[in-house]
Ligand binder design. Structure first.
Ligand code: 5AD
Ligand code: SF4
Length: 482
């Protein structure tokens, strides 16, 4: 549906076009020729495996990679026993990097047995120069490395590695380009992420994202709305608007626009029944946004509002630009305006200099807010960030002890909070047949809680009223309400 250009009609004897979109379609045509030759020789289409190792933004990027691979003629597979494997990496925490090297080692062994195999790496981790150096030195079997800013050139790079034996490495420090209308292969027919902005300007002191994703750039609202309309025409009922900090959407546009205004426009699109968004920085959450959440029924009753720490002292060190009190006031304001809102959060334990008192402040916020769920992380030192150079890095045992305590508290509260809708009727978007019991289907409520109830595959992608019979901690068992 995104293909405005017919790949089969492109003249490959001509020079590559200079217009970026046309150019990428030209290289898709080149790759397709290679794929057809492969089919002739081997009696089958080549298989491609895209491995997503990151956040929702990464997942959306992976759908773009898959869209191009599909347009080129590759067969999609979840197995890394494929002709082309690409890891879309994350680098928010050190663990993520270590895992990539481990997996890559395995993949290298596979390539020794299947030398025609092509291996590519992209995503945030590739934006770190020392990573690329290490790969170039010790992982020579990798064919292609590119970063977050030039992902739209994937078809061009693919064409290059399919026809040459050399390693292709292209990393850009930043970009102001956003190339629209490349193919996308969506994971779900009925819901989709939609990028509304790229990059981050906040420079929280522990975070590497602003260095690897570059400065904030908002997509033009016309482009976003056109994409949402196309998605709705294609059967999508739920969209998730994606950005590192959606609340600062639109500030750098030629005609500035607020995120709340954008939400109102998206809500007007016929066929779209639910709108989610991620992530909101508390410091930029406006009254106007709260008003839209309260008054616009299509906007889901869920807000992910990263706390990071409950200690105002640590928040200052983190450069978060809000205090514990301001965060709690914001939560009060949200709950007054949208009483049934479900709140989720991210919390980091063990930021440099965090004391027992600081940690108790975090626990205090957790107990007061009572989150529906919380992602808890142990602080991970990311070189190049200001926090990495701070003294008083907290000893691992203490971080672990606090982490375990926090997790237990979060889970205990979440189990209690998630019960609150028991014995009520709620709308559920059916997502799949239940993995463990084929007589059940599974879906999500507006506040994102999972519900299982008797039904069949015909319900997938539809919104159903479901009576929530029983809460089982983090999910419900229900039945269709007549
Ligand atoms: N260490 C631990 N957690 C981090 N996050 C970001 N950077 C780090 C880090 N250096 C967490 C934050 C953010 C989430 C996506 O990842 O909580 O909200
Ligand atoms: Fe990282 Fe802070 Fe930007 Fe989120 S807002 S991506 S935590 S710098």
């Amino acid at each position: 549906m995104y293909n405005k250009i017919d790949v089969d009609k492109i003249d490959l004897n001509s020079e590559p076009p200079t217009d970026e979109l046309e150019r990428q379609y030209y290289f898709m045509a080149k790759c397709r020729k290679w794929v057809n030759d492969f089919k002739q020789k081997n009696g089958r289409f080549p298989k491609a495996c895209v491995v997503n190792l990151g956040c929702q933004m990464n997942a959306r990027d992976s759908e773009k990679l898959e869209g191009i691979l599909e347009a080129v003629g590759y067969q999609k597979t979840a197995s890394e026993d494929a002709d082309f494997v690409i890891y879309n990496t994350c680098t928010v925490r050190e663990n993520a990097n270590l895992k990539v090297y481990g997996r890559l080692g395995q993949l290298g062994k596979r390539k020794e047995k299947h030398p025609w195999m092509k291996i590519a790496l992209c995503g945030c981790m590739m934006q770190e120069p020392q990573v690329v150096e290490k790969l170039k030195k010790s992982y020579r079997f990798v064919d292609l490395i590119f970063g977050t800013h030039n992902i739209y050139k994937f078809a061009e790079y693919l064409a290059e590695i399919l026809t040459k034996e050399q390693m292709v490495v292209e990393i850009w420090k930043d970009t102001d380009r956003i190339v629209e209308n490349l193919p996308v292969d969506r994971k779900y027919p009925f819901k989709s992420g939609v990028n509304i902005m790229f990059g981050c300007n906040n420079f929280c002191s522990y975070c590497i994202v602003p260095y690897v994703r570059g400065r904030e750039r908002s997509r033009r609202p016309e482009e976003i709305l056109a994409e949402v309309k196309r998605l709705a025409d294609d059967g999508v009922v739920e969209v998730m608007l994606l950005g590192q900090n959606v609340n600062s959407y639109g500030k750098n546009l030629e005609h500035p626009m607020t995120f709340a205004q954008l939400l109102r426009e998206v809500a007007k699109v016929e066929g779209i029944e639910r709108i989610r968004f991620m992530t909101s920085h508390p410091k930029d959450l406006s009254d106007e946004l709260i008003e839209v959440m309260a008054s616009e029924p299509k906007v889901c009753r869920h807000l992910h509002l990263p706390l990071q720490s409950g200690s105002s002292r640590i928040l200052k060190q983190m450069n978060r630009r809000y205090t514990k009190e301001q965060y709690l006031e914001l939560v009060d304001k949200l709950r007054r305006a949208v009483p049934d809102i479900s709140l989720t959060t991210d919390i980091i334990v063990g930021f440099p200099g965090e004391t027992e008192e600081d940690f108790q402040e975090t626990l205090d916020v957790v107990r007061r807010v009572r989150y529906d769920s919380a992602f808890t992380f142990q602080y991970s030192k990311r070189s190049g960030t200001p926090a990495a150079a701070m003294e008083n890095q907290v000893p691992h045992e203490e971080v672990q002890r606090h982490f375990d305590q926090l997790l237990a508290e979060v889970q205990q509260i979440a189990g209690e909070v998630c019960r609150r809708d028991e014995h009520t009727v709620r709308q559920v978007l059916v997502e799949s047949v239940n993995e463990h019991d084929a007589s059940l289907v599974s879906g999500r409520m507006s506040n994102n809680t999972l519900v299982h109830f008797p039904g069949d595959a015909s319900l997938i992608g539809t919104l159903q009223n479901v009576y929530l019979e029983e809460s089982r901690g983090f999910y419900y068992m229900g039945r269709l309400a007549l």
